[in-house]
Ligand binder design. Structure first.
Ligand code: CLF
Ligand code: SF4
Length: 496
């Protein structure tokens, strides 16, 4: 039976995305040369991740340490989630793939090497890939992620290839804690276990961090939050790495399922709940900028964060692509310039009201989930594979994180009608959105609308194609006007 689809509002004006004090220009305080480096890096700038894509090439199979959250069958869990395996490429294949992707996805601004093992445990493969790319595709930013064990040794090489962004995974500063995370490291041709191995790793990581920041290379620190092991300690880590010049701290949740075959998975070590993760990120944020939009992507990811277009660029497809990279670079330049202008136009809208106008001080905050596309409320509820969660409060709108869901609907227009997947998918989505009071999307079907309402989550399609922060701020003000923000709502978050 065809059920009516609840229509959405047409795009409309209003205050800018940064309006209502919602998304202050987080890069505004930076010197120009740093802002230029991060404004189109989807990991280093939260704003940029709505517009610019990254890709990884899996050229680095070996690793020189063992983490208790890692199973070597899978990608490096420091920079990707366990459970997915990448096809390892040689440098020539990797370069071919990067050029093909860059020509086809002009908004792809960054090439990262992040696994499937540790890039600096595979220096020849890693640096040959970077060497060729800095020569053939100088318009692509180069990025590397490492456990840091061999970092001091390769700082010169990193600088030589113009690699301006380095991620070090630092889970602790204390070897006693380190011994609970790293059973061994491989160092000077020997396996070194326990606290002794952890102490060497920590020393190398800190030394590498200081050497990189000393040369003006931007460093992001990733930390895996392991409840009961390093969660309290990560506040100290945040302080120390900031003092040493790290640009950003990314606290990621431990993912440990028994089926991944990792030590923590088998031992039943729990990961943090969404509430625990947010609380720790907020505590660390007092000291430095926090990354909250990490998708723990795989070592061969392609596309915007949260999407994976890898299947379009398998080696057999690339073999048949004829790439004119000089022409592609022209096109890339046009597209990327237009995107930067679009971002800056949205930030500078004259309609931006003062922060204090969003709601009277003391008004309770509200969590809202957004089915997003390109920085807009642009996705149908049933087509969303993830929802971005924002908190609206009197002082503005801030991004909190994302929650992954299964695809509810595969139809192009029906969005939850006709070809509806089993109710269980919708029930799981609703459970995942627990704590959110509103879900914003471009379109939603009658059935999910009713179920969301019953679960106490108000569906809202009235702000379709508006910039996200603007839409969230508008809904918050509508709730205020309707008297819905006076009562205290107890928000319980569950792990997404
Ligand atoms: Fe890749 Fe990492 Fe560079 Fe980004 S990913 S090497 S800094 S280009 Fe980004 Fe992916 Fe999170 Fe990494 S979302 S896992 S932080
Ligand atoms: Fe696994 Fe990465 Fe740790 Fe190496 S550094 S053991 S690949 S998670």
């Amino acid at each position: 039976m065809d059920l009516p689809v609840i229509s959405t509002a047409q795009p409309k004006g209003g205050c800018s995305s940064s309006g209502c004090g919602s998304a202050p220009d987080a890069l505004a305080h930076l010197p120009d040369h740093i802002r230029l480096k991060v404004q189109d890096h989807p990991c280093y700038s939260e704003e940029a991740h709505h517009y610019f894509a990254r890709m990884h090439v899996a050229v680095a199979p070996a690793c020189n340490i063992q983490c208790n959250y890692c199973n070597r069958k899978y990608d490096c869990a420091n920079e990707s989630r366990p459970g997915v395996v990448s096809e390892v490429l040689g440098p020539d294949q990797a370069v071919k793939k990067v050029l093909a992707v860059a020509a086809n996805i002009p908004q792809m601004s960054v090439l990262g090497i992040a696994g499937p093992g540790d890039p600096l445990a595979n220096p020849a493969r890693t640096f040959e890939t970077f060497r060729q790319l800095s020569d053939k595709a100088p318009d692509i930013k180069l990025c590397v992620s490492t456990n840091g064990l061999r970092l001091p040794e390769f700082v010169d090489e990193i600088a030589k290839h113009n690699i301006d962004h380095v991620t070090i995974t630092i889970n602790c500063l204390d070897p006693k804690i380190g011994a609970k995370i790293y059973p061994w490291i491989y160092w000077n041709n020997k396996r070194i276990r326990g606290e002794e191995g952890a102490a060497i790793l920590i020393e190398q990581q800190q030394k590498g961090l200081e050497m990189l920041t000393g040369r003006g290379i931007l460093v992001k620190v990733n930390s895996v939050m392991i409840p009961g092991v390093n969660d309290e300690h990560l506040k100290e880590v945040s302080k120390v790495v900031k003092a040493k010049g790290a640009f950003l701290h990314n606290v990621m949740p431990l993912i440990a399922e028994e089926e991944h075959g990792t030590y923590y998975g088998i031992m039943g070590q729990p990961g943090p709940t969404a509430e625990q993760l947010q609380a720790l990120q907020d505590e660390c944020a007092g000291d430095m900028s926090m990354m909250r939009h990490c998708r723990q992507c795989r070592a061969d990811a392609v596309g915007l964060l949260g999407e994976d277009r890898g299947a379009e660029f398998t080696m057999d497809k690339i073999e048949h692509m004829d790439i004119d990279y000089a022409a592609a670079m022209e096109k890339r330049k046009e597209v990327r310039t237009a995107l930067v202008e679009q971002m800056s136009a949205r930030r500078g809208s004259p309609s931006e009201p003062a922060m204090a106008e969003l709601a009277p001080v003391g008004t309770r905050p509200v969590l809202m989930a957004v089915a997003a596309k390109n920085g807009l409320v642009g996705e149908h509820f049933g087509h969303a594979r993830e929802f971005l969660v924002y908190e609206a409060a009197p002082e503005g709108v801030r991004f909190i994180g994302h929650r992954k869901v299964d695809l509810y609907c595969s139809g192009l227009d029906t969005c939850g009608e006709g070809d509806v997947e089993p109710d269980s998918i919708l029930d799981r989505t609703i459970a995942t959105l627990k704590g959110c009071e509103v879900v914003l999307c471009s379109k939603i079907g009658f059935e999910p609308w009713g179920k969301l309402e019953t679960a106490g989550i108000a569906p809202n399609g009235e702000h379709a194609l508006e910039p996200i922060e603007e839409a969230v701020a508008a809904v918050y003000q509508e709730m205020l006007a309707a008297g819905k923000l006076s009562a205290k709502k107890v928000v319980m978050l569950k792990r997404a």
